[in-house]
Write a protein that binds this ligand. Sequence first.
Ligand code: PMV
Length: 325
Amino acid sequence: MSDGPDAIPAGDLPLSAQAPGKCIVFGEHAVVHGGPELLFAIDLATQVIVRRAPRSSLNGDPEAAGEHPYFRALLRQAWAGPADLEVRAISRIPRGAGLGSSAALCAALSCAVSARGGGVPRADLAQRSFEVEKAAQGVGSPGDTSAAVAGGFLTVNAARTGLALWEVHDGAARWEVRRLPDPGWVWVVAHSGVPRSTGDAVRAVGSRLRAADGPALLAEFRRVAEEGIDAVEAGDRAAVGRLMRRNHELLREVGVSHPRLEELLRAAEPLSEGAKLTGAGAGGSIVALPRPGSETELVRRLARAGALPFVVRPATAGASLVAPP
Ligand code: PMV
């Protein structure tokens, strides 16, 4: 059932697959409510190795097949086939950091399992990976899983520009995913180390947006993301930085900043065009667009401020099979 040059081919177990994490530049949270988003796959990945086994297990733990939310959600999908999978997962993406570690795991697992099932067009892999993540998290948008499946620079719900890749649906809700050219910039991400739950943050923002000023806030999220996408396409770093700062103000307004994130943003300010929280917030990470040549100094400043900072570059490759072990 795989077709097209970019499909995931059929394969026999054992299989290994990998998928990248992601960094959201504009529009997190609003995207769950239909707003536009801009994000890119990062050059940190999760790899899974999947073997047939008498009893399912994750990293040697048979209980995890029933308890780990994402693995359990995968095994419940009709397309996943028999639940006789021994899975090893290795990730370079910090967990719970807003950098898409769960989306990368869902995409890598769905990729390997779909190959075992006869292969799958990439658009269907994006749908499947989202269904696994959504079943585990209960809420959310397909932005993160689409970045893990597609790689590169993507927009969601921004039909004005870019190359259409696919639509992901969830009941009546639909998200259109498009590819943009990578502007070729280097970004700095810093993990605060403050743990948080994506599901809780998404639900809290959902309630906040039901307040009387919710529609006006969503309209402002939309304006900022649309202008941000235009600024990235125009290569206008100063405008991108200004709009990142405005996007962060909106995220603070809907309650998902954190005192540690505010400290890190203050530390980043002198060396950045702009910076903001990235991902669900309430902890997790910030992303900064460093002034040219100040990447290393920015990383040092953020480390001195107590964060785990690293330079990230967009990853061109999305989810893919890798040579089996
Ligand atoms: O923090 P993360 O990596 O789980 O990203 C969440 C992004 C949200 O927009 C807040 C939710 C979503 O599913 O789009």
